[in-house]
Design a binder for this molecule. Structure first.
Ligand SMILES: Nc1ncnc2c1ncn2[C@@H]1O[C@H](COP(=O)(O)OP(=O)(O)OP(=O)(O)O)[C@@H](O)[C@H]1O
Length: 235
């Protein structure tokens, strides 16, 4: 199992309502999982817990066998940098870096990912260019451009290449296609699948957009496994 969550209870503050109450949630290695759920059902909160941005006082969140609650915040930052590629909804590219330097960035924070990238392509820049090419960004002129001059679809591909750099075992994508039209959304997801399957990575893709669901191995509706949402709906 890449992810094993049991008996989780989470509130953002001790006096705030419970946002997540999940008895059991597992994701197998190599799976491409689609997580859907209405706005406010706790999707982003779950991703914060899976990536160790925050931790739960009650229950267990294991990622690749590591109990995240047992790590301090600096150790969790290292764990995330080494093992998790994250594609943000707004991409979070660094505006003053070139395309290639944005893609290389995870290797500045993780020697683990740096050595994997070097093993694969011999040089970080070569690995960044290989990923960009696979993601349909194959024009060398594009690689030198400032990210602020790229289209939304191009920025999305740069964000994906950055998340894939150094072959993290787990890729998390938080609504990264919401600003694209339907055709471009599907082609982007196919490219992500190709890259993930190529290295045996696990993909967790979160979206409101149920029309993407058919593309994935499995789907989870968070509001169905989250007892906190059920209680809110009943109340
Ligand atoms: N950093 C935070 N601090 C405090 N409360 C938060 C924080 N992030 C989310 N929440 C609260 O947790 C609940 C679940 O929000 P969350 O963002 O996880 O839902 P979501 O399913 O991702 O929603 P959306 O689809 O609209 O992004 C909401 O009540 C929200 O206000």
């Amino acid at each position: 199992m890449v992810i094993d969550v049991t008996d989780l209870e989470f509130a953002w503050r001790p006096d705030a309502p419970t946002v997540l109450s999940i008895d059991s949630f597992q994701v197998a290695s190599g799976e491409c999982l689609f997580i859907k759920g209405p706005s406010g059902s706790g999707k982003s909160t779950l991703l914060s817990l899976l990536s160790g941005v925050t931790t739960a006082a009650v229950g267990s969140v294991r990622v690749m066998g590591q109990e995240l609650g047992q790590l301090g915040s600096v150790q969790r930052d290292h764990f995330r940098a080494d093992h998790i590629g994250y594609i943000f909804q707004m991409f979070n590219l660094i505006p003053y870096l070139s395309v290639v330097d944005n893609v290389i960035l995870p290797c500045r924070f993780s020697s683990h990912r740096r050595s994997k990238a070097l093993t694969r392509s011999g040089a970080l820049e070569a690995e960044a260019r290989r990923l960009l090419q696979h993601l349909d960004m194959d024009h060398p002129d594009l690689h030198r451009r400032a990210v602020t001059t790229l289209s939304v679809g191009q920025q999305q591909r740069v964000a994906a290449a950055r998340a894939l750099m150094g072959s993290p075992e787990l890729l998390i994508a938080d609504e990264p296609t919401s600003s694209l039209d339907a055709d471009r959304r599907e082609s982007f997801i196919r490219l992500l699948f190709d890259e993930c399957r190529g290295v045996g990575a696990t993909l967790i893709f979160v979206s409101h957009d149920a029309s993407l669901e058919h593309m994935f191995d499995h789907t989870i509706d968070l509001s169905e496994i989250n007892r906190a949402t059920c209680k809110l709906e009943e109340g």
